[in-house]
Design a protein. Structure first.
Length: 703
């Protein structure tokens, strides 16, 4: 059977037609009908989902290589962005199109239930379909203009070799992270459009489906998404647009987000609670009801990161620039889901979690209904830095509070480009109650360059830099809060002996020098123990080959204390959980910044009982509290039961002979002096004390 001349002319004319230049949203509203089932359909109406218009129109912009849309279910994103873009490409700008669903089954379902029905009820699309039956099947469709639509799933066979001008990826966060060992889906898909240069376009849409990878993350900009893999990672690479509404009362713009939803937490019945839910304007606290949602969506605007908008709708600021136009909206703005439904699902999912311990339903609700990444309950229940920061007290800057009996120092050695000694001074009272007295860094050495300027310390290369731990830590004393004319000295010091190359050797040299100077019993080299042991602290001699014999006081002997840090951190974590002063409570001064509390809470305890850093953040404050407490344990502090008559070093400030007034006299060392000699300028000057820490010497010395 041969084609007629009229049919040939019609097909050729489709090939010769120029593209229809109009915005995607205008074309979709003009040419696409949305099937409702039973053969009925309605035209696509932009006013129902106005937040989709700008992302749709970015699909034809040569300023962008990709469009990323993050949103909850029932936003109309699939109808407008996926089906609508396909209709636009068929009618207005014929080109090969690749649509990838999350599975083969979903690809088949999308083809049969959505696209086939849409094409059938949309006349302009139907007449452009190829009349040849073998040109159209579930996964492949050809049109009169010669353009081709492929409907596939994440597979290297589908996502390689062929070129497509347009590529759309849907439900991206339900895809595997790696496609058949060849890489992530977005990278593979976007390669298919590179032949078309700026005319090519990749679209990615999904609700979030990945957990937050760093629970200690803090937003550095207003529109930044938490660190996750998947679509929010792509969003962060883009220009980061968020959806804003104007408040009906004050006119100020705000994001309709989960944080703004309120009014439902005080009602135990989830049905009644959900019906009471409303938004609250963060500017004027005005109440916004669900009946206002459609009108507010109609007045809504997308703002890129860096932009601001005033009450008159004037946009200012320097927007973030990117080759990716990225959009993210949350559940309260979704057109096809009520606030009562949103809140009811959340509350019942929380009840299920409380009853069963399973987070699966709660995660699904947060991801698909609210449009947010999920933070596991284990992660969200980790101690937050702002909680501890609110406990800060005003007991003076670097002053010793009245209940402190003695001071301990802890030192961490930091290498790399930011080399430094990190020092923390902790005051101990009765029964483990502690006060942070000081925190500082030692960055500059006594070595100078050719211009006479102090050089940065290098603990791994210069043994002499370690002597700063004597002059700038062990010799320090602090004024009493009750009487600043009286001072309390640092009693002992823990020093981390691990680090970059050279640190351990220099730590050993430092301790040997301290021993020769009579300070060896006040300096403790510590190290985390990778071997699990019953003992909390194990005394070892890692440099046995350097010792002349095995007697305890053998010359050249370097004791290193191996710490079961997970156990120490468990204890510290329990202490930090105490909310009222008393045994084990830890006090913080008001002058410390937020950075300190971030360090203190950065580590997380895994299900295996081990404490780990979730990223590359800092945890020095947490480690240093453990080092200081290890010294307290070694000094028998925890064995004190009678605080009415403690050892002399643990007496209250009025009775403690370590506390002094005026200049500090020379300290009595633990070195037995056979002959007297003049004190050189290189020897440290330390204050005398009466009574040893352990209470056994009673000879007026420190030890």
């Amino acid at each position: 059977m041969f084609a007629s001349a009229s049919a040939i002319r019609r097909d050729v004319s489709e090939l010769l037609k120029p593209p229809a230049r109009m915005p995607v949203a205008v074309a979709v509203e003009k040419y696409m009908r949305v099937p409702l089932g039973g053969g009925s359909s309605l035209p696509w109406e932009a006013t129902l989902t106005p937040y989709i218009i700008e992302p749709m129109n970015c699909l034809t912009s040569r300023d962008f290589d990709a469009v990323v849309f993050v949103g909850p279910a029932r936003t109309g994103k699939t109808v407008g962005l996926i089906d609508g873009w396909i209709v636009y490409s068929v009618v207005c700008e014929p080109a090969d199109f690749l649509l990838i669903q999350m599975t083969e089954e979903k690809a088949r379902e999308h083809s049969r239930k959505r696209l086939s029905r849409t094409f059938r009820v949309s006349k302009e699309v139907a007449k452009r379909l190829s009349p040849r039956s073998n040109d159209n099947n579930v996964h492949d469709m050809t049109f009169r203009a010669g353009n081709y639509l492929k409907i596939g799933w994440p597979s290297i066979n589908i996502m390689s070799s062929s070129d497509y001008r347009f590529v759309a990826l849907t439900d991206y966060d339900r895809w595997p992270d790696d496609i058949d060992g060849e890489g992530d889906g977005f990278s593979l898909a976007s390669k298919r459009t590179t032949t078309f240069m700026s005319a090519g376009m990749t679209l990615v849409e999904s609700s979030p489906g990945r957990e937050i990878t760093n629970t200690k993350w803090r937003r550095t900009s207003l529109h930044e998404a938490p660190p996750t893999t998947g679509i929010l990672s792509l969003y962060n690479r883009g220009d980061r647009r968020r959806w804003y509404w104007p408040c009906p009362e004050c006119g100020a713009y705000f994001q309709p987000s989960m944080d703004a939803m309120t009014g439902y937490r005080d009602e135990p019945d989830p049905v009644k609670a959900s019906e009471a839910a409303h938004l609250e304007c963060p500017h004027c606290s005005g109440v916004i009801t669900s009946e206002q949602k459609r009108s507010l969506n109609g007045a809504g605007v997308w703002l890129r990161e860096g932009e601001a908008i005033d009450r008159d709708g004037n946009i200012s600021g320097e927007p973030r620039r990117s080759r990716i136009a990225s959009f993210w909206m949350e559940g309260p703005a979704a057109a096809y889901q009520t606030w009562a439904q949103l809140v009811y699902k959340l509350l019942t999912a929380e009840q299920e979690y409380e009853a069963t311990g399973s987070e699966e339903t709660l995660k699904a609700v947060i991801n698909t209904d609210w449009g947010l990444p999920y933070l596991s309950r284990a992660g969200s229940e980790q101690r937050q830095s702002d909680v501890l920061m609110r406990r800060a007290e005003d007991y003076g800057k670097r002053l010793v509070p009245p209940k402190v009996r003695f001071l301990l120092a802890a030192v961490d050695v930091q290498g790399g480009k930011n080399r430094r000694f990190v020092v923390q001074i902790v005051g101990y009272g009765e029964n483990g109650e502690r006060w942070l007295v000081d925190r500082y860094n030692i960055r500059q050495s006594l070595r100078c360059d050719e211009n006479g300027e102090a050089q940065q310390i290098h603990p791994g290369a210069y043994a002499e830099d370690w002597q700063l731990l004597v002059t700038d830590v062990l010799e320090k004393s602090y004024a009493l809060q009750s009487d600043p004319s009286r001072r309390m000295p640092v009693m002992a010091m823990a020093v981390d002996s691990g680090g970059e190359d050279g640190v351990t050797d220099n730590a050993y040299r430092f301790w040997r020098q301290c021993k020769r100077d009579g300070l060896g019993k006040r300096v403790y080299l510590v190290k985390g123990d990778s071997t699990k042991r019953q003992k909390l602290i194990t005394k070892t001699y890692p440099n046995n080959t350097e010792r002349s014999n095995r007697r305890a006081d053998a010359r050249g002997e370097v004791p290193v204390y191996l710490l079961q840090t997970d156990m120490l951190k468990d204890q510290l974590s329990n202490n930090l959980d105490r909310e009222t002063p008393g045994a084990g409570y830890i006090h913080f001064p008001g002058w410390l910044g937020e950075w300190f509390y971030d360090e203190l809470t950065y580590e997380e305890r895994g299900a295996d009982g081990k404490w780990r850093k979730p990223g590359k953040g800092h945890n020095e404050a947490f480690d240093l509290f453990c080092y200081a407490h290890a010294v307290a344990i070694l000094r028998k502090y925890e064995k004190i039961r009678d605080w009415e008559s403690p050892p002399s070093w643990a007496k209250d400030q009025d009775s403690n002979s370590d506390v002094f007034t005026g200049e500090r006299p020379p300290v009595k060392s633990d070195v037995k002096q056979k002959t007297s000699r003049p004190k050189t300028s290189q020897e440290p000057s330390l204050s005398p004390v009466s009574g040893g820490w352990s209470g056994s010497s009673g000879n007026g010395g420190w030890l």
